[in-house]
Structures are given as structure tokens and as C-alpha cells.
Design a protein around this ligand. Structure first.
Ligand code: GLY
Ligand code: MN
Ligand code: MN
Length: 456
């Protein structure tokens, strides 16, 4: 591999600048600190098979490097910064777990240049380096709770530093870097937006492929295979999350994952599936008729959800409060529930005000999107936790209202029972209005029907 192949999708310099910015911002909180990040390790699936490794998103954001068992040690002392990274050593022996079995590693010698760090070390020496670093710093930024083994090691190091300093604490603060780092991650650069647009385009093509190949009698997992085949064919390395492929009443189970039911003629099918391209997620939901054509009642419900989604997208503007799209979706859903005759004795305004619509749309409308499908970043203001943060230029949210009429819900007219519909797009927030990254995925009744296979 070339050195540049170890870092993607941006340049080494981009990641170095991100680290410098993080350290500069943390330096406003603490004058003298060590900041640590772990890439994660492979996790055993069974015996000697592992789940596919995917590096921790904070680590990925700061390095673009995807190997397991990597520790970043970033130090700042009175504004002077030094960076080191611990990686697995090269190993060309024929032992299990070596490069002969598992593929090329970057290794210690090449790491500083390839990753833009001052120095590198063998990860097996991490304990000693950690001890040295923590015995000289008054503050450690380490995000507890993700990697218990490291939590324990770091706390032990902190405690040992006090003992060896005649009982006087050396490390006086253990702090969390995420409030700073995740606000950085929330605002995407132009280059990140372009990767996310490509991820959204790939996901759109996956949904189009599913629409065109779906037939009654197939199993849900066969439809999932069509979506995911297209993701990979078009260059996405992974799914962004486990695909939800829910036919008929299964769509009323919000996190349906079984994907093992058979598709029936006349049912709808809901697919919530996104691609991960170079670490960046897309997140699309579409609902379409298994037989290629909506029934009158399905179409009526679909149009309510679509109107709600369009209203919520229109409200997705820089400066608006985070919950504004949800409020707009709720108003439109309330109108729709009245129009469909599902709630009869209340005005749409009362349905909205009393929150009666939430029974049929029990989830939010939006979440941040980025390296994680539910991306990091605050939803509420730190200073006044009741207040929503605003949507800011460069952030990306999903807009995903839905309506779910459970098959057993006797409060709903029979003709609507078992209909579950969600429509989800990814929206880049700009000053000039919403920029829909998944606009290539069919959405109107006509566009969806024409993307579907033969009308059966
Ligand atoms: N795919 C997960 C979600 O829509 O939130
Ligand atoms: Mn979503
Ligand atoms: Mn989704």
C-alpha cells in the first residue's frame, strides 16, 4: 500500500488541522493537558471470527485511519503541542494474527509521516507511555464509558501518579473532550458535504433498485439484499446501520430488524437503509407498494406523510430552532389525522396542541447525521438546557416523519390498520435554504410508482 492509502477520505493535513483545532479549543479550558483517543479493537463474533472492524468515529474524524488497537496521545503544555500515536507493529511472521493472515499494517516506522504525528510507538508499550504522560499533566481528557479496559488503566495511572508524588495529586481533573469535539463534528466542511452527498446518492440508487426489483412472494431479506448490493456496487464500504425492511404491518414496529417475512400483494413495504461511504452515513426511508401501485387508502396516508415531510424540510433553515421541522411535521400530521377521519372530534389545532398526533408518530422528526447515523452534537443549549440549539449552516439533519396504524389498533378505521409509512431524507442546512442530499430518491406518489416494477 502507498502511504496515502492509509488515510481517507481527506488529506493527512486536513486531519492534522482538525487535531490542532481541537487542542487549541481544549487549551481554552485547561493550560496543561493530555488528550487521549482509542480507535477500538476487533470484537469476537464467535470462536476466531470477528465482527467487521469499524474505527470509533471520534478517532476517525481526527485521523482518517482505520486500523484497530491504536492510541492517540495528544499533549498541550502552555500552548506547546506534541502528538504521538501507538500502532500495531509490522509482523511478517507466519503466526496467526500477523500480516500474512490479516493483511498489511501501517506499522510504527511509517506512522508519523503517513498520519501526520510527531512520533509513533508500538502499542504494546502504551502502558509505559501513558504513565509517563499522565505523571506530568494536571488534566486528562479521556471520554469514560466506551472502553472499560482503558478506563481502568487510565484511572490506575492517575492514582499511581498521586502515590509517586508523595500524596499530592498530579492529575487534578479528568475531563471529557466530547462537548468540544462533537460541536466540531456537527459543522461539516464543503469536502465532508460532498462525501455525504455521494453517500446520499448511493443510498438513493439502492432504494431505486429495491423499488424496481420488489415482487410479491419475496422475503424481506431478499429485498434488503438488492438495496445493499447496490450500495457496495457503487462504492460504499458498509451499510450505515442495519437495514429495516418491513412489509405490511411490520412497518409499525419502528426498529423492525427481523427482515424475514414474506411480501404480500397489496401491502406496502417500508425500507430504512443507508450507506456508509468513507465513514459518512446516509439515512433514507422510503415506503412503496409491493405490487407497484398504491391503493386509494394507502395513497391518502402516504400523501399526509409526504406533505408533513415537505413542510418539515421547508422549515430546515439556518437559524431555525432544531425542533422547528418537528413542529411543522406535527402540524401537518395533525391536519392529516383529521382529514383521514382518524381523530374525529377535535380540530387539527387541538390535535396538535394536545399532542394527540404523537400516538401515530411516536418518534422525532430529525437527528444530526455525519460519521454516525445518529451523529454527535448537542440538541439543547448548555447554558439553558430547556432551549433547543439552532440549526446551523454546515450541519446535516434527517427529516423523517411517519404515520403508523398498528394492525391491532381498534381506534383506527379497519381500512388503515397495518399501514406504516415513513419518508426520510438527509438535509444539509445552508443559509440559502435546505439542500437535500438524497434528492435523487423518488418520493412523490407518481415518482415512486414509476420507479416500481410491473403493476400486479
Ligand atoms: N435509520 C435510523 C433512523 O432513521 O433514525
Ligand atoms: Mn434517521
Ligand atoms: Mn433511517
Amino acid at each position: 500500500m502507498n502511504l496515502s492509502d492509509f488515510v481517507r477520505p481527506f488529506s493527512v493535513e486536513t486531519y492534522r488541522q482538525r487535531r490542532l483545532r481541537l487542542l487549541k479549543d481544549l487549551g481554552k479550558l485547561e493550560p496543561n493537558f493530555v488528550c487521549l483517543f482509542w480507535s477500538g479493537s476487533e470484537v469476537v463474533r464467535n470462536h476466531d471470527s470477528h465482527f467487521l472492524f469499524r474505527a470509533n468515529s471520534d478517532f476517525l474524524y481526527l485521523t482518517g485511519f482505520s486500523e484497530p488497537d491504536v492510541l492517540m496521545i495528544l499533549k498541550s503544555k502552555d500552548g506547546k503541542i506534541s502528538t504521538s500515536i501507538g500502532v500495531r507493529p509490522r509482523d511478517l511472521s507466519t503466526n496467526r494474527g500477523s500480516e500474512i493472515w490479516e493483511g498489511e499494517r501501517l506499522g510504527v516506522q511509517r506512522a508519523p509521516k503517513a498520519l501526520g504525528f510527531d512520533e509513533a510507538f508500538d502499542i504494546h508499550e502504551a502502558d509505559k507511555l501513558l504513565k509517563d504522560a499522565l505523571h506530568k499533566s494536571s488534566c486528562v481528557f479521556w471520554n469514560l464509558g466506551l472502553y472499560p479496559d482503558w478506563d481502568q488503566k487510565i484511572v490506575q495511572c492517575i492514582s499511581a501518579s498521586t502515590l509517586s508524588n508523595r500524596g499530592i495529586p498530579v492529575v487534578r481533573a479528568l475531563r471529557d473532550s466530547r462537548p468540544v469535539l462533537h460541536e466540531m463534528r456537527k459543522i461539516k466542511s464543503k469536502d465532508e458535504i460532498e462525501v455525504m452527498r455521494r453517500s446520499g446518492n448511493i443510498a438513493s440508487q439502492g432504494h431505486i433498485r429495491a423499488m424496481s426489483t420488489t415482487r410479491p412472494g419475496q422475503f424481506e431479506y431478499q429485498v434488503a439484499a438488492e438495496v445493499e448490493r447496490e450500495f457496495k456496487r457503487l462504492g460504499a464500504q458498509h451499510n450505515a446501520y442495519n437495514s429495516i425492511v418491513a412489509a405490511g404491518g411490520n412497518a409499525c414496529t419502528l426498529h423492525y430488524h427481523a427482515n424475514n417475512d414474506r411480501l404480500k400483494k397489496g401491502d406496502l413495504i417500508l425500507i430504512d437503509a443507508g450507506a456508509e461511504l468513507d465513514g459518512y452515513a446516509s439515512d433514507i426511508t422510503r415506503t412503496y407498494p409491493v405490487s407497484g401501485k398504491f391503493s386509494k387508502d394507502q395513497k391518502a396516508v402516504y400523501q399526509v406523510v409526504l406533505d408533513a415531510q415537505l413542510a418539515a424540510i421547508a422549515a430546515s433553515k439556518a437559524g431555525a430552532k432544531f425542533m422547528k421541522p418537528h413542529e411543522e411535521a406535527g402540524r401537518a400530521i395533525s391536519e392529516g389525522l383529521k382529514h383521514l377521519g382518524i381523530i374525529k372530534n377535535k380540530s387539527p389545532q387541538m390535535i396538535y396542541k394536545k399532542g394527540l398526533w404523537r400516538k401515530y408518530m411516536p418518534h422525532g422528526t430529525s437527528h444530526w447525521l455525519g460519521l454516525d447515523v445518529h451523529d454527535m452534537g448537542r440538541y439543547k443549549s448548555i447554558d439553558s438546557p430547556q432551549e433547543d440549539v439552532p440549526l446551523v449552516e454546515g450541519s446535516v439533519i434527517t427529516v423523517e416523519p411517519g404515520l403508523y396504524f398498528h394492525p391491532q389498533d381498534k381506534s383506527v378505521p379497519q381500512k388503515y390498520r397495518g399501514i406504516g409509512i415513513r419518508i426520510e431524507d438527509d438535509v444539509h442546512i445552508t443559509r440559502s435554504g435546505p439542500d437535500v442530499l438524497t434528492a435523487n430518491c423518488p418520493k412523490s406518489v407518481e415518482a415512486v410508482e414509476s420507479a416500481c416494477g410491473p403493476k400486479l
